[in-house]
Design a protein around this ligand. Structure first.
Ligand SMILES: C[S@@+](CC[C@H](N)C(=O)[O-])C[C@H]1O[C@@H](n2cnc3c(N)ncnc32)[C@H](O)[C@@H]1O
Length: 259
């Protein structure tokens, strides 16, 4: 066993112990509830665009992208574009690494790697900022509801030209919408890659935190994930990720495609 493998084995033991620490789990839940009242997830940027995520989840997405080496990342929910820019920047790094590994020249404007973002309302100022961003060459945006048949068809058409696909669902957070997104997009996930369903944490947060939202406990991405998994054995919840993070908006949302 290499020193790195020994270190990783120690991490697994430590993460298992951490996951069994109920008091820490409760404290982490309390922390998430409290930060929700301050709109904590709205206060970060990735390469100068607001990204509506917890930093912990961003770090894990970096780990997933590095390990999967996708050539397509499909994201529902663009908002200000921060998560698109994050994914595009990770794909740019992958291109750089592969150019070094292959001894080839890097041509940043001609990469086969791409992020495909879908949003029902791409606001003009967000679109303009994304289109002016240095990462734009790897980004394609589609405006429309992510569950509309014509949008699903466009996304499937793009996906048919790619081999390693990672999917991130972060648009409307109602049960029915996320279940329809899972039906449409989870099958595009390549075996060994992930379909990440954000904001499953809504199930664990008191209903009064979402007074003006159609979602809440009992009607949210986590209930959709559990319904979807009942008859889709090709996916498993990778709980090692939430055990590691403790603070995540996607508990039970990191779905690994195993077959
Ligand atoms: C939480 S934000 C996305 C945040 C973004 N992924 C990030 O990390 O910065 C949710 C977005 O979903 C979009 N949305 C809401 N309903 C939608 C639908 N039916 N189809 C596609 N997008 C939708 C909203 O317009 C909003 O921009």
């Amino acid at each position: 066993m290499s020193e790195y493998e020994k270190f990783k084995a120690e991490c697994v033991t430590e993460i298992d112990a951490q996951a069994q620490d109920r008091e820490l789990g409760n404290l982490s839940g309390q922390w998430i509830n409290r930060t929700t009242t301050h709109k904590y997830s709205y206060h970060f940027e990735w390469l100068n665009r607001p990204i509506i995520q917890y930093p912990q989840d961003i770090v894990v997405m970096q780990e997933l992208i590095w390990n999967i080496r996708p050539d397509l990342i499909i994201e529902t929910g663009i908002a200000h574009g921060g998560s698109l820019i994050f994914s595009a920047s990770m794909l740019a790094l992958l291109d750089m690494v592969e150019a070094i590994e292959n001894g080839s020249t890097l041509d940043p404007k001609h990469s086969s790697r791409k992020v495909l973002g879908i949003d029902i309302d791409i606001r003009a100022h967000n679109r303009a900022a994304i289109e002016a961003h240095p990462m734009v060459s790897r980004i394609q945006m589609i405006q429309g509801s992510s569950i509309a048949p014509e949008i699903v068809a466009q996304v499937s058409e793009v996906a048919s030209n790619h081999e390693r696909i990672l999917v991130c669902l972060d648009s409307s957070h109602t049960h029915d919408h996320v279940l329809a997104e899972l039906e449409a997009y989870a099958p595009l996930t390549s075996v060994g890659s992930y379909c990440v369903v954000f904001d499953t944490v809504v199930e664990d947060i008191p209903a009064e935190m979402f007074p003006d939202r159609p979602w809440g406990p009992g009607n949210n991405p986590k209930t959709a994930v559990h319904a979807y998994l009942k008859d889709h054995p090709g996916f498993v919840i990778d709980r090692s990720i939430q055990h590691k993070l403790l603070i995540t908006v996607a508990p039970d949302g990191y779905l690994k495609r195993v077959k």
